[in-house]
Design a protein around this ligand. Sequence first.
Ligand SMILES: [Zn+2]
Length: 182
Amino acid sequence: MRWAARRARLAFWIILFLFISILWLRSHSRRDEITFRQNGRTYAFASSGGRLLVDNRPEIERFGIAQRKDLEKLIGEPIPEGGFFIPLQLQPQWTAISNRPAPRYVWRTLLPYWIPWVLCMLPIALSMRRFLGREWRLYRGRCPHCGYDTAANTSGVCPECGASLDAAAAQNRRIRSAPRNV
Ligand SMILES: [Zn+2]
């Protein structure tokens, strides 16, 4: 039962670890965001560049779109790619719209992904260490609990710490050969 609980806990940490790894990797190639409004302004809760953050990028994007629409309305057609001629009489209006001040970019990092990533890695590493240490001691003919040399032992009890060697060995065999139901 103790082993089942330990394994369930390890599985939980591994799944969480993989989940955070995927989010972290993804955040470097694309931005995921949820927008929300506060005090009449639009902000985004986003995953981007290896962290979770809050910023006002939706507002800046909206400003850019509105500005482009106004410029296109002024010249009466979509803005062509790669430069075009602006008639002299439209120059002042064009300049006025172009020079509208954009909202300043504001942002705050909430959580860099490396922090939960490391926190999930710790229990996994400890679990691996415990498992490998135990396997190694059994392999070397030593007590899995304290490491005392039990190669010549016939009593089935570790003389150093009193652990039952047969039970430990049997438990280990059981774990290795247990049928998996799921
Ligand atoms: Zn022992």
